[in-house]
Design a protein around this ligand. Structure first.
Ligand SMILES: NCCCC(=O)O
Length: 269
């Protein structure tokens, strides 16, 4: 699937969510993974890891799921894979290094994962250059914000005085979100209140350049972002892979990825 045509002309695509039912080749969706210690049979090994719910959400929405673990020489590796992708999902996980947004580390910020941060930043920049559609989930939304020069609250219980977004013990909190009318998010989930599954202790402080906040909770915390320019970048602070009702976010990405794939074939023809 890969070619090294890293300076491919960006393809112009609209977020045409109504195309989701069109038949055609299944778009290839890359999902970022991370390295964890894991049990495999009698072995206890370091492994590339991603909860299967992400994969199920992509495949049941009509995409082909491809895993993207952190790579050495991330910029070159991202260029090598990006031309074979029709869509990108920046998945959830541990905190982005605060040094990347000019902040001193809070004592409760997770240990740094510089390999993952560098890899995902390279993938996101590669996607932006080519206008490959992006869905950014939880940490993914935070990474997109940092990539665009924004900053994060490092510990929401201190910044906002609330534990409502991470109650702990692996139990997802429920929060109500309303998508802003006119947003891509609203095309996907409507403008009625929806319950979302939250598990995070960080959140957007200053919004990154060119990003639009398209949903907030009633305390003002940004819950969803979109790219204001061309291309499809949708980020949500919650975990749609954990909620069948949120399948619409994956369907929207797959539809945009199909449109991107078709437009790319038209350019290449
Ligand atoms: N900061 C990584 C995403 C999850 C969290 O905020 O806890």
């Amino acid at each position: 699937m890969a070619s090294n045509d890293s300076d491919r002309t960006p393809v112009s695509t609209d977020p045409v969510v109504e195309r989701r039912a069109e038949p055609g080749p299944r778009p290839v969706i890359g999902l970022t993974t991370y390295l964890e210690q894991a049990k495999q049979g009698v072995w206890d090994v370091r492994a590339a890891f991603l909860p299967q719910r992400y994969l199920d959400a992509v495949t049941s929405s009509g995409g082909v799921a491809v895993l993207l673990p952190p790579q050495p020489e991330p910029d070159a590796a991202a260029a090598a894979v990006m031309d074979g992708l029709d869509g990108l999902i920046l998945t959830g996980g541990l905190d982005v290094q605060p040094e990347l947004y000019g902040a001193q580390r809070h004592p409760l910020t997770d240990p740094a994962r510089p390999d993952r941060d560098a890899w995902e930043l390279a993938l996101f920049r590669g996607a932006e250059e080519r206008r490959v559609p992006v869905l950014a989930i939880c940490r993914g939304l935070q990474l997109v914000n940092v990539a665009r020069g924004g900053t994060l609250h490092q510990h929401l219980p201190e910044a906002l005085g609330t534990e409502r977004y991470r109650i702990g013990g692996g139990v997802f909190a429920t929060n109500e979100v309303i998508a802003d009318d006119g947003s891509v998010l609203a095309q996907l989930v409507g403008t009625d209140p929806i319950d979302v599954h939250s598990y995070h202790h960080q959140g957007i402080d200053q919004l990154g350049e060119g990003l639009i906040a398209t949903a907030r909770t009633d305390d003002g915390l940004v819950q969803a972002i979109e790219s204001g320019g061309e291309g499809y970048v949708v980020g949500v602070q919650w975990h749609p892979e954990e909620n069948a009702q949120d399948r619409r976010l994956f369907e929207g990405l797959v539809a945009a990825a199909s449109a991107y794939s078709q437009a790319r074939q038209d350019v290449d023809a």
